[in-house]
Write a protein that binds this ligand. Structure first.
Ligand code: ATP
Length: 666
């Protein structure tokens, strides 16, 4: 590339930066509202890589592509990468050039242009399915930092199709390890925020498996100028969730738990077999089972949550009691003959108990009446109802028949033990919904990452927060570790969205070198004959290896290997049973700090993450740890971008026998 070309692009870039500076000054001069603060953050986040591409079109025009749009007199100086006209930057090929003659990649450091990389899209250069291969491979082989970065400059065509998919319902992105599912889901979110601005007010949510994972991906959206996205783990969706974390227990995660929770809540309502006596101001009122049943039915007919329906029930019962009481009083004073009837005094007046009841209801009775007339008007009857409702004795009876409930009580009663783990949270959430205990915050779009791990009950919890059912769901069925997790997308989604979901696939593995993917071949083929593993985009020429040791020596061997490691970040992935022993000999923290040079993780914790090198300690123990141990081992093996080694105490698991054996370090 000539220095003249670089100088040309430098001048253009400098002009763009000056324009952004002017916008920043204007934003800073405005009132410090949320909008302007957001605008300032957005303008600050485009500082690096403001402009990263140029398209020279066959009609002689050219467009620049970058992280935001800049215009002069309606003429685009810079196109936001999400604008339709920027799309050929990601999709144009020599075979199908989309009107593009040349694609130029502009690499900058700070505000300086450091390299230009041109692709001429003509038939002679055809046949390559990677867009901007040089820049892509540079990104893929760079040292991992413990933080994921945006990939907006090297997004590939199959990824771009998913990012810009206009489907409004649930879009499932299925793909093997390293195919960019997480990256694509986050870029899609940025795209949707650009094309559907109403989502900014409705809110968007990214759900991930752990805080460590959410921190790992936490820079991607801000790097794309999007600062308003909420991130959460499933447990964080429940206020004040219990600390102890467990994998979603299989039984608690099954869909039929929803019915069991609802049934357990509704079973709290009791219709008595015999009349119940209700004391009120020295009166004894009778509540017949029939009246009770009618009140229960009428409350349930409204379709309200349990605790709201209780209010209807209470009101109906009190209406009944008040009306019985009032009618009885009326019947006393209305007796023309002057005879007392049941409950009244001999002179045809109200009894002392009646008068107390009326006084409690704030009713003043005028006894200077002449002839029969109605004593209690509507206001008096309403007063009587209010007095009954406020009476502690009456309340006790009402609460005995239709007890008020909290979600915690309901689930503790159902399980027979106190709520204590994350697997109980979807049950609590379910109970809260049945009870109407608290409103949940909802979002206009939800991204669910590592979605294969969610149980049927987890899905109910997620869907409750996304009334529009607009979601991007990314996962890999070959990586499911939770016994309550997904074995098929249709079965988890159909109960919530019917057929209103679409499947998109990613097929290229950008992370794991071909040699390592080949080493997972036997394991994968044995357990997922119906799935295709992704195709690695690169190879390193370095095969993964295995090393035999003893149980007694395992920790020492791992520590020695870690101590001699000098090629980028290293993760030691070991089953939970070895965690303490390894943590004692490794310079690694628990919980893990992904930005540290050495990280100790369980296979479950390693999901979604990546490192330059990975050592797996005791693969046989990972395999036998649960019914889906083979998936956990597959996850662990597919984390490295460069090197993989397995240390097995005792014989090698047969699925790994083909790996190159290595002698113990001396
Ligand atoms: N087009 C691309 N350009 C540059 N890097 C990419 C591209 N696509 C993916 N990557 C990189 O490949 C790695 C894997 O991406 P990501 O973690 O999103 O994959 P995944 O499918 O979610 O993986 P897994 O299922 O194993 O968790 C990341 O480092 C990501 O930045």
């Amino acid at each position: 590339m000539t220095s003249g070309e670089i100088a040309f692009e430098q001048a253009y870039l400098t002009d763009l930066h000056e324009r952004v500076d002017a916008l920043r000054e204007q934003a800073a001069a405005r009132e410090a509202t949320d909008f302007w603060r957001g605008e300032l953050a957005r303008l600050a986040s485009v500082e690096d890589g403001l402009c990263f591409g140029r398209l020279d079109l066959r009609d002689g025009s050219r467009v620049y592509i970058g992280r935001l749009g800049l215009f002069e007199d309606d003429e685009p100086l810079l196109l936001d990468w999400r604008a339709p006209a920027a799309r050929p930057f990601y999709t144009a090929t020599a075979v199908d050039p989309h009107g593009v003659r040349r694609r130029r990649r502009i690499t900058t450091r700070g505000r300086t242009v450091v390299a230009l990389d041109d692709e001429l899209l003509d038939a002679e250069t055809g046949g390559d399915d990677l867009v901007g291969e040089g820049a892509l491979l540079a990104a893929l082989t760079a040292d991992r930092t413990g933080r994921m970065h945006e990939i907006v400059t090297t997004l590939q065509a199959e990824q771009d199709r998913i990012v810009r998919d206009e489907h409004h319902g649930v879009l499932v992105v299925q793909g093997g390890p390293g195919t960019g599912k997480t990256a694509v889901a986050l870029h899609r979110l940025a795209y949707l925020l650009y094309t559907r601005p109403q989502l900014r007010t409705r809110g968007v949510l990214v759900l991930g498996p752990s805080r460590v994972f959410l921190d790992y991906i936490g820079q991607v959206l801000p790097g794309l100028g999007e600062h308003t996205v909420v991130t959460a783990t499933l447990s964080e969706l429940w206020p004040g969730s219990p600390a102890e974390w467990v994998e979603s227990a299989e039984v608690k995660g099954r869909a039929d738990m929803a019915d069991r929770v609802a049934a357990a809540v509704h079973a709290k309502v009791r219709v008595p077999d015999e009349a119940v006596e209700v004391g009120f101001e020295q009166q004894v009122l009778r509540l017949e089972p029939r009246a009770c049943r009618r009140a229960v039915e009428s409350a349930r007919e409204r379709g309200l949550p349990y605790n709201q329906a209780k209010l209807v029930f209470d009101q109906e019962i009190v209406d009944r009691l008040a009306s019985d009481l009032a009618d009885r009083m009326e019947s006393v004073v209305l007796t023309e003959s002057g005879e007392a009837i049941d409950g009244g005094s001999a002179d045809g007046r109200l009894s002392a108990a009646d008068l107390r009841a009326l006084a409690a209801a704030g009713v003043v009775v005028d006894f200077d009446f002449e002839g029969p007339r109605q004593v209690l008007d509507d206001t008096d009857r309403a007063g009587l109802r209010a007095a009954l409702l406020a009476d502690t004795g009456v309340r006790r009876v009402l609460d005995g028949l239709w007890p008020p409930l909290t979600a915690e009580q309901a689930i503790t009663d159902l399980l027979g033990t106190p709520v204590r783990s994350t697997a109980d949270l979807p049950l609590l959430d379910e109970a809260a919904a049945v009870l109407g205990e608290h409103g949940v915050t909802t979002f206009g779009h939800v991204v669910v990452d590592e979605a294969q791990e969610l149980s049927a009950m987890d899905w109910r919890m997620v869907v409750r927060r996304c009334p529009t059912r607009s979601m991007t769901v990314v996962g890999d069925l070959a990586q499911t570790g939770s016994a309550a997790g997904a074995t098929g997308w249709a079965e988890v989604l159909r109960p919530h969205v019917g057929e209103c979901w679409r499947l998109a696939q990613l097929t290229v593995n950008y992370r794991t070198p071909a040699e390592i993917m080949a080493a997972t071949g036997d394991l994968f083929a044995a357990h997922h004959p119906d799935l295709r593993p992704p195709r690695s985009v690169r190879s390193t020429g370095e095969p993964p290896w295995r090393m035999r040791t003893t149980h007694a020596e395992l920790a020492r061997v791992v520590a020695d290997l870690a101590a001699s490691h000098d090629d980028g970040s290293l993760a030691i992935i070991a089953p939970p049973e070895h965690r303490d022993r390894l943590a004692a000999v490794l310079p690694a923290t628990v919980p893990p700090d992904l930005t540290a040079p050495i990280v100790l993780l369980t296979p479950g914790e390693a999901k979604g993450l990546e490192f330059d090198s990975v050592l797996i300690a005791d693969p046989a123990a990972i395999l036998r740890a649960g019914p889906l141990g083979h998936n956990d081992l597959y996850v662990a093996m597919t984390r490295p971008t460069r090197h993989l080694g397995l240390i097995h105490p005792g014989p090698c698991p047969p699925a790994l026998a083909a790996l190159t054996p290595q002698p113990l370090p001396t």
